[in-house]
Each structure stands twice: as C-alpha cells, then as structure tokens.
Design a protein around this ligand. Structure first.
Ligand code: TYD
Ligand code: ZN
Length: 406
C-alpha cells in the first residue's frame, strides 16, 4: 500500500474508495471467472506536490500482458487525432537534420505510422507484444520494453538524443514515473521537448468523470502537479493545451529549464487551478461524496427499469465500464449485455461484473428500451451511428457528470 508520493515521497491523503476492482481491461472468457485478480481501487492527493494517484497499484506484468486489448486506433476520431499530432510534430519539432522521435507506449502505431511514412527516424517503446506487432506491421520500429532510466540510456547509446519524446494516455499509466523522468532527462536533446497528453484532473473532478479512475491510470495529472514534477527533474513546463480527447485532456510540453519561453497558457491554467482549489482536500472530498450519490441514483434507476419489465443494454466496453459496473455492483440481472465494436472484446465478459460483450449488431436485435452509455467520450460518434435507436423510442442513460435519461 502506498502512502508516499511516487514522484516526491510526500504524504498521499486518500479521498475516494471505489472498492475492490479487477483490472479494467481484464476481459474474461466464461471459464476464467474463478481466477480473477482484484485490488482496492482508491485515490489520494500528495500533500507536497499535489499529484493525485492511486493508493494501491496493480503490477505492470498483470496489466500489460501479451493479450492487452486496448487498441488506440479503435475509433475514427482517435485515428484522426493521432495522425494530426504526427503531422504537427513533423512540421514543428522534427524539421531539423536527421531528427529523432521516441514514443513511450506507441500502442498499435497509430501516431508513429505517419512519422514512419514521412521517413523520419523514430522508435516506439511498447511493452505489450500484441499491439507492438500491429505497429510493426504498419512500418513502425518498436522496442518491446518498458520505458525507464535504463531503457532510455540504451536508446541514447544506440540512436543518440531525442528531439521529441512523446506519450499519449501512457505516462499516467506508469507507476515507476520517477525512473521514467530520469530517463527523459537522459534521452532528451538539449533543445528537445517531452510532450504528453493525459486525462486531466480538472476534467475528472469538475466533469465528475469518476469512471476514468481505474488500475491503469496510476496518476491524474494537473498543471500544478506536472509543473512541480518537471522542476524536480531539471525540466520546465513550457506549454499546457486543453484537448478534447477522452472527454477532456491536457497536452503538456516540457523542455529543459530555461530552454524555451513558456506559453501564456501555462500561467493561466496554474492560476485557474489555484482559484478553483482543484487539489484542495475539501474539493476532492466533495467529488468523492458526489460519486457516491451518482452510484445510488444509477442503481435505483436500473432497478426501477427492471421492475417495470423494460430492457437496458450497455453501449461500449471501455476500461471505464469496469469501474462503474463494479463500483455500483451492476450485474447481468440489471444490464444483460454490453455491445462493443472491438472484435477482441466480443464473446468475453467485462471484468468483475461479468457482463457479456456482444457485437454492435446485437444492439438492434431488437433495440432495448434504454442504452447505458459507457463509452460516453464517444457519444457524438455513437449517437450519429445509432439514430435508429432513438427513432424506435429508445433512450440513452448517462451517469457522467450525473445520472440523466434522454
Ligand atoms: P475508449 O474510450 O477508446 O477507451 P478506454 O478503454 O481507454 O476508455 O473506448 C471506447 C470503447 O467503445 C471501445 O471499446 C470501442 C467502443 N466503441 C463502440 O463500441 N462503438 C463506437 O462507435 C465507438 C466510437 C466506440
Ligand atoms: Zn508528491
């Protein structure tokens, strides 16, 4: 159990306990339900550097086995976003002679494939062999390792310094962040940038997005905590941009201290976090109490629908669905199945709650009365695709930021 901050060693104060939970992407086959791993999912904030983090953690070996099912290319909007990122980096940071980019957690190569196609030197560092193989099939060079201080030194020895180190929805997963930051310091060129985009604590707390909390997300960054972390490793936060991925993230840009002039957005966001007391214990405890109310309301609603003899189907099986179904103890008595477009999730059971996952075709066969929208960050894409459901009188249930039926 952690009571010490993974970055600075300060004291971490717990503010929310989501109960015993499995690994959020640990989809099971029906015969595997008796071998399930669980841990206590609870979060706290560091009293010294403000970094919000899990109290207990699941080892990386359990989380990122060869069968890791998250593919970053899973939705059209994600593919567009990462291809856009690659083009932007090619135009801004990778214009010099023989530039080199390293991506921490390159997943299936959704970003680096564009860099590879442009003929730019690159290396993806990705411990999950199955997604790494997909990246390789797209022409991406991949090192199947965890990124830490040792790996970074080896990469520098073989390839030289990196102009860009990039990570998307990856840095918040890495419990050994102290070693990762030392690795960034070893590998980054003197005028290089470390850019990472991650779920934002401000969005989670204000948007009440408690289902973003699960075993893979060890850290919930804020501009305040990232600025403090950068400083600890001789770096400086020089840009912080809000982006719309996963319901609202921040893209942080770190450079060596003094190497670049910070963009005005950094000071503005720092002041904003200060003004709304984002990391203050009372703010975080109030968030915790809100989450308990959402749980009670959602369970009451689902029980009422069942009592009325109506049907609910879950829509989307993202990692978030594990948090909410297990915290609220939503079983197949309340939600008989979930549909999801990811072939490798279909035919499996959601971890913990064991709701069966079926192909999207099952949704319309026949339409249920209600759809519980687990993949709420893709609401626009999903609702556009599923207009027939509304036309047939179906209603969407959301639980973030609060329980709503429409
Ligand atoms: P996503 O938000 O990409 O990942 P995470 O697990 O990190 O939260 O998950 C979205 C899930 O929703 C993914 O399993 C695919 C599924 N999905 C559909 O079933 N249909 C759709 O139209 C879209 C956009 C997503
Ligand atoms: Zn700390």
């Amino acid at each position: 159990m952690y009571t010490r901050c993974r970055v600075c060693g300060g004291k971490v104060g717990e503010f929310l306990d989501l109960g015993r939970q499995p690994t959020a992407n640990g989809f099971l086959l029906p015969h595997e339900v008796n071998q399930e791993f669980t841990f206590r999912l609870a979060v706290g904030a560091c009293a010294d550097c403000a970094l919000v983090q899990l109290i207990d953690e699941v080892s990386q070996e359990v989380r990122y086995h060869a069968g890791y099912r998250y593919h970053a290319s899973g939705s059209a909007s994600h593919r567009q976003h990462f291809e856009g990122n690659a083009r932007r980096l090619l135009a801004t940071e990778l214009g010099g002679s023989d530039p080199f980019i390293v991506e921490i957690g390159c997943n299936d190569g959704v970003m680096l494939a564009t860099v590879a196609a442009a003929g730019v030197r690159h290396l993806g560092v990705e411990p999950s062999t199955n997604v790494a193989d997909v990246a390789r099939s797209r022409g991406v060079r991949v090192l199947t390792e965890y990124f830490d201080a040792g790996t970074a030194a080896a990469i520098r020895a073989e390839h030289g310094p990196s102009n860009v180190i990039f990570g998307a929805n990856t840095i918040c997963h890495i419990a050994h962040i102290e070693s990762l930051m030392r690795g960034v310091d070893v590998l980054l060129a003197s005028d290089g940038v470390f850019i990472f985009e991650e779920p934002y604590l401000g969005t989670i707390v204000e948007g009440r997005a408690f289902d973003q909390i699960y075993d893979e997300h060890v850290f919930y960054f804020s501009v305040t905590s990232v600025a403090a972390m950068a400083e600890r490793f001789g770096l400086e936060l020089v840009d912080a941009e809000q982006i719309s991925m996963h319901g609202g993230e921040i893209r942080y840009t770190l450079a060596r201290a003094g190497a670049r002039v910070p963009a005005p957005g950094v000071a503005a966001l720092l002041a904003d976090e200060q003004a709304r007391r984002l990391s203050a214990p009372d703010t975080l405890e109030e968030f915790g109490r809100h989450v308990e109310r959402v749980r009670d309301e959602l369970v009451t609603l689902l029980r009422q629908i069942r009592a009325d003899g109506l049907r609910v189907v879950g829509y989307g099986a993202p990692g978030k669905a594990s948090t909410v179904t297990n915290y609220c103890r939503i079983g197949s008595d309340l939600v008989p199945f979930v549909c999801d477009s990811t072939p490798s999730k279909q035919g499996h059971l959601l971890p913990g709650s064991h709701l069966p996952v079926r192909a999207p075709e099952a949704f319309a066969d026949p339409y249920p009365d209600y759809a519980l929208l687990f993949a709420w960050n893709h609401a626009e894409e999903i609702m556009a695709k599923e207009q027939g459901f509304r036309e047939a009188g179906g209603r969407w249930i959301r639980f973030v930021p609060e329980v709503r039926v429409d």
